[in-house]
Structures are given as C-alpha cells and as structure tokens.
Design a protein around this ligand. Structure first.
Ligand code: SAM
Ligand code: SF4
Length: 315
C-alpha cells in the first residue's frame, strides 16, 4: 500500500474518540476480526485539496465492479456497526453506478456502513434521495469553510455554490427519509480557515442540522507536509479553539493533534497491537494494515470464510 494511505490510516487510529475506550473493551470481550474495514469504491478524486493525504500519480481510474462490491459486503459482519466504510481515501461520487450500488446494499448491512464524500460533483435529486434513503449508519460530508473564496482555495476545483446546493438538497431528503442515518460534517482546520471555525460550526448547525461535527487537525503525509509547514495552527490556537468550541455544548468531535492528548500513548499502544484494520481498494486488493497479509478478493470465492479466521495478536 502507498505510504500516504498508510499514514492516513495510522492517523485515523490515533483518533481522540472516547468511544474508542468503549470499543476497546468490547473488542476484548466479544471480539471481531477487524476493528474497522475501509473500502474505497474508486481510486480517484475530482478535487486537489492542498491538505489532502493523497498523492495524485497518473494511475488509471478504476471503479469497483458491482460483483466485487457485493463480495466485499459479505465482510461487513467482520467489523463493528458503523466501522465498515465504502469510501475513505477517495471520492465515491465519481463512481458512475454509485446510486445503483447504494440501493442494492442489503438492509442487514446498510446500518453498519458509513461513507465520506466532498459532495461537489453534479449530483441529481435521484442520487441524493437514494443516499438519504438507503439507511446507512453514517454519511460524512467535508466542509472546510462557508466563505466561497476560502472554500474554493481549500477544495481546489470545487464550486462552492454547487456544493451548498447538493448539501441543502441532501439535508432535505435526509430529513424526510424515515431512518436513523447520522450526518457527520468534517472540517479540517488550518490557518486559512482557523478564524471562522466557531462561526462555521454554528452556521452549519443551523443550516444543515448535522448529528455530529468533527473538527480535525490535518494529518501529515508525504503528499502534504510541505503545505502543512506553513498551514498548521499552533498548539496554543488549538487550545483556544477547543475551549471556544466546548462552550457551544454541541455534539462535536474535536480531534486535536495527538501530542495534545494526554491519553494518546495508551490509545496508540492498544490499537496497534489489538485492532486489525482491513483496507480494500477499488481493484479488490485487501490488506491487513500493519502486516504483510494481503488477499485478492477477485480470486476468493468466499472471502468471509477466510477472513473471519484472522485473529491477529490475540494469543
Ligand atoms: C481523504 S477524504 C476522502 C473523501 C472525500 N474525497 C472528501 O474529501 O470528503 C476523507 C476525509 O478526510 C479528510 N482529510 C483529507 N486530508 C486530510 C488530512 N490531511 N488530515 C485530516 N483529514 C483529512 C477530508 O476532508 C475528508 O473529510
Ligand atoms: S476531496 Fe477528498 S480525496 Fe479529494 S483531494 Fe480533497 S480531501 Fe483528497
């Protein structure tokens, strides 16, 4: 797997989520082969955000086939509810058949799945309605600014008006859908948007009524480190922001850099030894993170049978 992808996954493992503690205990008591399964239905993106963890080499775009998608879905029971991603590193709405894939997810799996999107492509009502009604556990939407110029400087190639129109329509369909799908907004903090974060959170709450809003530091990778050298906010600014956001009493998830978290050491230790993560790329290559174990799902008739027996570090 490419270094930047490894880096991204590693940083996701350092998440300052208090629920990690609960999951940690659950993992020990009940056991699931994988703490998380991160699949991507595409390997490309329409944008070029300067903070993005990805490198954009000239590899050909590959969209996951229906057959591979459905074979991969048989692995959903091998991880916890909400921990199966159908997009993580790339942009799922570039998949031409995404609507068809979404509506074909068996209902027993849908409530265990989440998806992340920049919501900046041309999205039809039919697609947004399908996304709202397919009963996923969670939809994550990236939103880094409500100032059009700032947004477009961070989400390079995106059109702010189109993004807001997509999100407005999604929220409308989501609110009339009779289901429990969570809407989580994700904001990556850097110097360019720092001054507006508190206002952004308040405005998003009024306009889009998310279930949660995640305010995240920018993870470093070999693709973005140079940009981050001048764009990372200081530890002091993080503390000020954390303080101001905490006073809002909103359901926020504030993911500060790990060195600012007292508990980060124990989380790293636990996660790196006891929580295998499975990544599945759009070509069907499944890697167990941090190991050399790799499977080609295309050639496995029943990947569930094989992967359910994976029991790393549990002797
Ligand atoms: C890699 S993106 C893929 C999904 C989609 N293309 C998008 O941007 O929403 C997944 C999430 O990670 C966030 N992200 C991208 N680069 C990041 C970084 N360096 N640190 C933290 N989060 C990052 C994005 O904003 C997005 O919310
Ligand atoms: S939209 Fe997502 S995947 Fe695309 S460049 Fe931005 S952060 Fe990276």
């Amino acid at each position: 797997m490419l270094n930047h992808a490894k880096n991204f996954i590693q940083k996701r493992l350092l998440a300052s989520d208090v629920f990690l503690g609960i999951r940690k205990a659950k993992n020990l008591l009940f056991r699931k082969p994988f703490f998380r399964i991160m699949l991507d239905v595409t390997n490309s993106c329409n944008l070029r955000c300067p903070f993005c963890v990805n490198h954009w080499e000239n590899s050909p775009a590959v969209a996951m086939s229906d057959a591979l998608f459905h074979k991969s879905l048989t692995l959903v029971p091998l991880t916890w509810k909400g921990e199966f991603y159908i997009s993580c590193l790339y942009e799922p709405t570039l998949h031409r058949n995404l609507e068809k894939l979404l509506v074909s997810i068996p209902s027993k799996y849908a409530r265990r799945i989440q998806m992340t999107t920049n919501m900046t492509t041309q999205l039809s009502d039919d697609f947004l309605k399908a996304l709202a009604e397919c009963d996923l556990y969670q939809v994550n939407v990236s939103i880094d600014s409500l100032v059009p110029k700032v947004y477009e400087s961070l989400r390079v190639n995106a059109k702010f008006d189109r993004f807001i129109d997509n999100l407005d329509r999604y929220v409308k369909f989501r609110e009339s859908a009779n289901n429990k799908t969570r809407l989580n907004l994700i904001t990556v903090v850097c110097k360019i948007n720092y001054a507006e974060i508190v206002e952004l959170v308040k405005m998003c709450r009024d306009a889009f009524r998310p279930t949660t809003h995640e305010i995240r530091y920018a993870f470093e990778s070999d693709a973005n480190w140079q940009w981050l050298q001048t764009q990372n906010i200081s530890d002091y600014d993080w503390d000020v922001l954390d303080d101001r956001l905490s006073k809002l009493s909103y359901p926020l998830h504030i993911e500060k850099p790990p060195h600012l978290l007292k508990s980060s050491k124990s989380i790293v230790k636990f996660q790196s030894t006891l929580d295998p993560i499975l990544t599945i790329n759009s070509q069907g290559i499944a890697d167990i993170y941090g190991t050399d174990i790799r499977f080609d799902l295309n050639v496995l008739d029943n990947p569930f049978e094989i992967l359910q027996r994976v029991d790393l570090n549990r002797e």
